[in-house]
Design a protein around this ligand. Structure first.
Ligand code: SAM
Ligand code: SF4
Length: 326
């Protein structure tokens, strides 16, 4: 389905829960958040039905995220459901990895094709600091398991924050040389706990590329499977690649192919757009498949031309990344 700006919208990101087992400092407050109650979130059956309808309006790729998608009960069942929807040819997950290793095989069997792990540091004590409670070892185990199971391409998301992990940029690049991993540096966005972080913390993709390029020449790389806006580069002798996602310094809205669904059943055209369409309410009112299909079409038609995140610094957003789905 083509939107008002000529973009083919074929990718749906679903936040299956707003809950998380970590408390990354740039994402969630220490005390956690007032989670949505059972009655407020979509059931697995609702999600499955909505994905089926999304498939009818041209969605071909689905990513489950959150919050932490693996804390959602029966997420394996949901993956099984979605895997059976005709037309959906790519099913992936974005996870902090803490709960991945032990269920990796089951997830793969259910139809999960690809995994993106979030890992902002390669040092144990810094990992404990930034996540407030996580063990880096668990994430490393998860990544190794995904590689063992050949869930290629295995990607790592890293948000570089000046003064926290900007000294590890080359260590991450070396990881992509040594292992078949695709390390994606994501620019820090003003969507989290803005009371704590500020604009000076953001390191742009250009700056990160300069750091890596100063030691390892970078060669543009094509052909890494994905639906996103990352620009990938190969390093001589490297098994993997490094990628750059630049929502702040070089927004990619003209190529954006996604819509988002929140755990409480709201459809959004953009991470940063406050306009939402309430599918949960529609379901409660007994909407037919045709009604729901119209709501998807409306969300696509309303998708904004671009985000205005660069004006967002210092403003408190009503909805956070863990609620909308990062
Ligand atoms: N819990 C899962 C995880 O951490 O992978 C999925 C949800 S998390 C919100 C998705 C991604 O958003 C993570 O890679 C996280 O680092 C990123 N993220 C969260 N807040 C961010 C921010 N303010 N700027 C840039 N990326 C952010
Ligand atoms: Fe949880 Fe992911 Fe947010 Fe970290 S970034 S607190 S793991 S939702």
């Amino acid at each position: 389905m083509v939107d008002s700006y000529g973009r083919d919208i074929n990718y749906l990101r679903i936040s299956v829960t707003d809950r998380c087992n970590l408390r990354c400092r740039y994402c969630m407050p220490e005390e956690g958040v007032k989670n949505l109650g059972h009655g407020q979130i979509l059931s697995l059956e609702d999600f499955a039905r909505l994905v089926r309808i999304a498939g009818r309006v041209g969605i071909k790729k689905v990513r489950l995220t959150g919050g932490e998608p693996l804390v959602r009960k029966n997420v394996v069942k949901l993956i099984e459901y979605i895997n059976m929807v005709p037309g959906i040819d790519d099913l992936a997950i974005t996870t902090n990895g803490i709960l991945f290793a032990d269920q990796a095989e089951e997830l793969k069997k259910a139809g999960l094709k690809r995994v993106n792990f979030s890992m902002d540091t390669l040092e144990d004590s810094k990992f404990r600091y930034i996540t407030r409670r996580g063990q880096l070892e668990e994430v490393k185990r998860a990544v190794a398991r995904a590689l063992d199971l050949d869930m290629h391409p295995v990607k790592i998301n890293t948000v570089i924050i000046r003064g926290f992990n900007d000294d590890e940029v080359l260590d991450f690049a070396r990881l992509a040389i040594r292992y078949p991993l695709h390390i994606r540096f994501i620019e820090f966005m003003p969507v989290g706990d803005l009371l704590f972080w500020n604009k000076e913390r953001m390191m742009s993709s250009g700056e990160i590329m300069d750091v890596i390029g100063g030691t390892y020449p970078l060669y543009p790389e094509k052909g890494i499977i994905g639906n996103g806006p990352a620009k990938y580069y190969h390093i001589d002798g490297g098994a993997g690649s490094v990628g750059f996602i630049s929502p702040m310094s070089n927004h990619f809205c003209a190529e954006c192919n996604r819509i988002r669904m929140t755990a409480d059943g709201k459809l959004r055209g953009c991470l940063y757009d406050k306009k939402e369409i309430d599918l949960k309410q529609a379901l409660a009112n007994g909407a037919t498949d045709e009604d729901l299909q119209q709501l998807f079409l409306k969300a696509i038609a309303r998708k904004p031309a671009r985000h205005n995140m660069n004006q967002g610094w210092g403003a408190q957003n009503r909805r956070k990344m863990y609620q909308i789905g990062g």
